[in-house]
Write a protein that binds this ligand. Structure first.
Ligand code: AP5
Ligand code: ZN
Length: 206
């Protein structure tokens, strides 16, 4: 199965993807995580991506599509969650093309619905375990006692606001795109983490 997690920054896509990975063996492909890893290692990709990410802008479509193509090739018939991809209409079209060549298609698109104010609240309290990538929130989902956690570079208020603007302008049109394909399922992310997870499991009939 190929499931897309669509939604604004801070909606909880990564949090929920980790749960499905752990409980059901899905593989999370997070373009954001891949790019952050490249930045950390200082690769060519990382150098290119960093200037976009620091400003909250999208990395160019061709770069991202190349990454996904490689990943899908590598993962063949595994169950996959695409977390943070596609984010533009050209990316969605490229994905459809790619899958069509393999006689596959996107199975479902889960839209994480959340308000801009809640995004700011969530991202300013977000903390990450750099070893596992597990995601926490100082108030809503505190990390275990003693665990060393870090804050993301782009979780500063000005950058968060830019990411939200980019989401509304460039990513939101995907809602219509997948509605037309009859693939859109909406999850109410104002609920606690476990409740959101239950909604998703029900939707995916897990
Ligand atoms: P990316 O890493 O994808 O960031 P994002 O889309 O901005 O999403 P986030 O990771 O910030 O949020 P999330 O929905 O995963 O929320 P989380 O689970 O962490 O992208 C980063 C950058 O990379 C982009 O800006 C761009 O430059 C580049 N990029 C990536 N993909 C690209 C693409 N396809 N094309 C071009 N450029 C691309 O949760 C957030 C917080 O809320 C946590 O603290 C969590 O504990 C808490 N929380 C989660 N759920 C709940 C809940 N139900 N109740 C209370 N708190 C909750
Ligand atoms: Zn994420």
């Amino acid at each position: 199965k190929i499931i897309i997690f669509l939604g604004p920054p801070g909606a909880g896509k990564g949090t929920q993807a980790k749960f499905l990975e752990k409980d059901y063996g899905f593989i999370q492909i997070s373009t954001g995580d891949i790019l952050r890893e490249a930045v950390k290692k200082g690769t060519e990709l990382g150098k290119l991506a960093k200037k976009y990410m620091d400003e909250g802008k999208l990395v160019p479509d061709d770069v991202i599509v190349g990454i996904i193509e490689e990943k899908l090739e590598e993962l063949k018939d595994k169950n996959i969650i695409l977390d943070g991809f596609p984010r533009t209409i050209p990316q969605a079209e490229a994905l459809d093309e790619m899958l069509k060549k393999k006689n596959k298609e996107v199975d479902a698109v889960i839209l994480f619905d959340i308000s801009d104010e809640e995004v700011i609240r969530r991202l300013s309290g977000r903390r990450i375990d750099p070893k596992t990538g597990n995601v926490y929130h100082i108030e809503f989902n505190p990390p275990p006692e003693g665990l060393e956690v870090i804050q993301r570079e782009d979780d500063k208020e000005e950058v968060i606001r830019k990411r939200l603007e980019v989401y509304h302008n460039q990513t939101e049109p995907l809602i219509e795109y997948y509605k037309k394909q009859n693939k859109l399922l909406k999850v109410d992310t104002s609920k606690p983490v476990e409740e959101v997870y239950n909604q998703i499991k029900n939707m995916l009939k897990l």
